[in-house]
Design a protein around this ligand. Structure first.
Ligand code: ADP
Ligand code: MG
Length: 609
């Protein structure tokens, strides 16, 4: 049995049993689906995207109040009468709710998602509270009393007034959402979303506009919450502010965390468990304590502490592990055979790919780069060497848009790039690796490398959700596999990146940079941690790339490696260039000898290697 069989069986069972389930169970199941819709948005936002929100209940409220206002308020009734049959009013309410929520989330996201660390969660609390009080204080929304008398939903002439008739629609929407989100995560766009949590600097260097992706994930989560609110309003046929307050916002987050915030189905599990537990506790606790009150909150708080201690990843991974005896992991999809991505046109040999003039970077009083001027030509390997702290990595960051220079210019393919974002450099054909490896350790090598090819793809979120991107995705993955093969890592393609040795992880970074089809490659200490044979293989690969016409700028401490490979060498010390020339010229230069503490020239080595 595979997870897919299990899902189909569970859904079929639920569908068959639905008509015979007791009323109470049907109501509970409806609420579980409603909560799961919000929680699955939080899984995308928090577990996958790395942004914590306590304020989702406010978006549920926006969805609920929008439809209530459209269907019941005298103002909208007067405007709609004669214009639209009343049966369609709730659907107009849904549209209004989605539009309002999208606008609100986009605005709030654009302002608050720039904040990092604990400021973002704090802000979500602030706007969660604000919206809650807004609902309660707007006369048009009925103040704290709320709005009653909402009509039931009508679908194809069928009234969905009872929980038993509305439930299947709610569950259908939940299952459809799960399917679409699963598809989204299993795509080029999904790889970019997964990089938001721990790899934003890296993803920007692969051409991903991470700020935009963060806002989009935020809007997506808010829209799911608004749909839940819309259903809620037409299930209850009454709205007031209470279900949209901060407590409930925290409960939604709790559901996602308990279920497993990194897993879409964790949202359903969490929503189910918390809803059932809450119902039981509300029965039992007043008896036990002899008083009524929201005592379940205390139990939830304690439970949260235990969870975070014992199972920080939530219950879904634990369940998946326990069920492995009966449920087989789905067979890894056999890679679709596909013609690899066409190699982008390279620049003519000798053309200037990168040129910097007087590039300067200061960190406080420290001048890390002091007026560095340098060119990299197509079809050459240009080595940048110098002792630790000389400013080589800083230079890499300046010429790849990761950091901004204090003075000086950067030109890439003749275009002025000073002050532009890393993704613009990537879009023009700059590929880079990082000295401190930046991989998504839990994702496969293939996934990591395919992220490098992000800039080549075109399909957006909706296409990915509806599986319209499959041909492009297959081509991108074939292209990524080819780069992995080229770098000699074929046997590792489907393993988590973190399981490779550090040297191999550096090579994965090279494959990822190559996947973007670069014209210019920046490699920061690519040979560090490689064994002798691996270094030779790397040198062969770089020579091949050079022969194809790529320009390569490489920082490396292994002098044998550098001197055998480089066409030109630039030596830096204390942020400035002290020497440049062919390997032979540089090895003969007395300043270079001094910089390297008088180490024999034949085996020039950085003192730290
Ligand atoms: P290299 O790569 O040649 O070893 P770096 O470019 O990493 O050298 O560092 C050059 C100098 O700039 C070092 O003294 C380092 O401590 C300093 N430096 C680098 N990045 C930062 C930063 N973000 N903030 C402050 N100082 C930095
Ligand atoms: Mg460095």
């Amino acid at each position: 049995m595979t997870p897919r069989h299990l899902t189909v069986a569970a859904v079929a069972l639920l569908a068959l049993a639905w008509a015979w389930l007791p009323e109470f169970t049907v109501t509970l199941l409806n609420y579980i689906a409603l909560y799961a819709l919000v929680a699955v948005g939080l899984v995308m936002l928090t577990g996958v995207g790395g942004m914590t929100s306590f304020g989702q209940a406010a978006f549920v409220g926006t969805g609920a109040y929008a439809t209530a206002w459209v269907c019941v308020s005298p103002l909208s009734s007067a405007a709609l009468t004669g214009l639209l049959p009343p049966a369609l009013w709730p659907w107009l309410g849904l549209l209004l709710g989605l539009a309002l929520t999208a606008g609100l989330a986009w605005g709030l996201g654009a302002i608050t998602l720039k904040l990092s660390g604990h400021y973002l969660p704090l802000c979500t609390i602030a706007w969660g509270l604000s919206l809650y009080f807004l609902f309660g204080n707007m006369d048009a929304l009925g103040g704290h009393t709320g709005i009653g008398g909402l009509p039931p939903l009508l679908l194809a002439g069928l009234s969905l007034a009872s929980p038993r008739s509305l439930g299947p629609l709610i569950w259908a929407v939940l299952l459809l959402s799960l399917w679409m989100l699963h598809n989204l995560l299993d795509s080029r766009e999904g790889r970019a979303i997964r990089s938001l949590k721990n790899g934003r600097v890296m993803a920007e260097s692969m051409g991903v506009n991470t700020a935009r992706y963060r806002v989009k994930v935020f809007v997506l989560a808010a829209l799911l919450a608004a749909v839940s609110g819309w259903f809620y309003a037409h299930l209850q046929r009454f709205v007031n502010p209470t279900p949209f307050n901060l407590n409930i916002g925290i409960e939604y987050l709790f559901m996602a965390v308990v279920g497993g915030s990194g897993h879409l189905w964790g949202a359903v599990l969490g929503a189910g468990l918390i809803t059932l537990l809450k119902a039981r506790l509300q029965d039992i606790l007043p008896h036990l304590l002899g008083r009524s009150g929201n005592f379940e909150v205390i139990v939830f708080g304690l439970l949260m502490l235990v969870m975070l201690h014992r199972a920080a990843d939530g219950l879904w991974p634990i369940m998946a592990r326990l069920s492995r005896r009966w449920v087989k992991a789905p067979a890894a999809a056999t890679p679709m055979q596909h013609a690899p991505w066409p190699q982008p046109a390279l620049a003519a040999p000798g053309a200037v790919l990168l040129e910097t003039r007087g590039l300067t970077k200061r960190f406080g009083g420290l001048v890390a780069n002091d007026a560095v001027s340098l060119t990299v030509l197509a079809g050459e390997v240009h080595a940048l060497i110098g002792p630790n702290g000389a400013g080589k990595s800083t230079f890499f960051n300046l010429v790849s848009g990761v950091d901004e220079p204090c003075a000086g210019d950067v030109e890439l393919l003749g275009q002025g790039m000073t002050g532009r974002a890393a993704r613009s450099f990537a879009q023009l054909g700059l590929g880079r690796t990082f000295q401190h490896v930046r991989l998504l350790g839990q994702r496969s090598v293939l996934d990591n490398v395919a992220l490098g090819a992000h800039r080549l793809g075109r399909h957006g979120w909706l296409a990915a959700m509806l599986r319209l991107d499959r041909a492009e995705e297959a081509a991108l993955l074939a292209h990524a596999r080819l780069q992995i093969e080229r770098c000699g890592l074929s046997g590792w393609a489907d393993l988590p990146a973190a399981s490779l040795s550090l040297g191999q992880q550096r090579t994965v970074e090279i494959a990822r940079a190559l996947a973007g089809g670069p014209l210019l490659l920046l490699l920061d200490e690519p040979a560090a941690g490689l064994r002798h044979l691996e270094k030779q293989a790397l040198a062969t690969l770089l020579k091949q790339l050079r022969a194809q016409g790529l320009g390569i700028l490489v920082v490396e401490h292994d002098m044998e490696f550098v001197m055998n490979l480089a066409d030109r060498v630039t030596v830096m010390e204390f942020g400035g260039v002290i020497c440049r020339g062919t390997p032979a010229q540089v090895q003969a230069d007395h300043r270079v000898r001094e910089a390297y503490l008088g180490v024999g020239v034949d085996d020039l080595q950085g003192p730290e290697t």
